[in-house]
Design a protein around this ligand. Sequence first.
Ligand code: 8IG
Length: 273
Amino acid sequence: MADDPFSLAEHAADAIRTRFGDVQARVAVVLGSGWGPAADVLGDTVNECPFDELPGFPASTVPGHGGALRHARAGTVDLLIFRGRVHLYEGHGPATVVHGVRAAILAGAKVVILTNACGSLNASFPAGTPVLLRDHINLTGQTPMAGPPPPKPYAIRFVDVTDAYSPRLRALAQSFDPTLGEGVYAQFLGPQYETPAEIHMARVIGADLVGMSTAIETIAARHLGAEVLAISLVTNLAAGLQGKPLDHAEVVAQGQAAGERVGRLLRKVIEVA
Ligand code: 8IG
């Protein structure tokens, strides 16, 4: 096995298919922090495999909480649900961060749904609001396309990221929930939150949402030709915009209620995607 990230993802794709009985999952969903409760709503669980039994997934730093890949079914659609993701701020390179997304696509996924929790710069998206990503700004200084050129038969590394977030899938989601707004997501490296000056910058350059994931995974998914739908759950107003201290319990409760509601919406999307 060659040790480039694409070969490693092929290896993981083979392991996923083998583990789940030659399944051809059309949809892959990555569940971000706070989205755990949505897992059971997205589809009926068929099987589950800990990440540490699949090649290329980094070992978790929290024993017993390493995350898992679930095979579920929504109607007639098979899906792969990544329960947990890894972040650049954990010290992983971009290739490791996007490994699961690449593996799912090489295992057959045509649609990738990315979820996250984020901060909001936009007063019309208060805490508890789910927001579709319309576009992103990658402020990490990193990209999964850096490095040697992708081996044959993969597309060249100069990925077109116009319409990275599928207008078709956004329209589909909004057909099920017309109240769903759209925003521009700025991915910071983190893990520290933004300074007020950084938030000011993010606002000036057109961001509505700030977070520490997703953009990098979208780039990798688009390179491999999958359609991407991404949805953020606002858990806080960004630094300096909150006005009052964050009530963590309130944020968690709002997040859980919204997570389940949005999970039911995503299931409808998945069934026809
Ligand atoms: I939850 O305010 C969550 N994730 N960068 N800023 C950034 N990431 C976040 C934030 C935030 N809130």
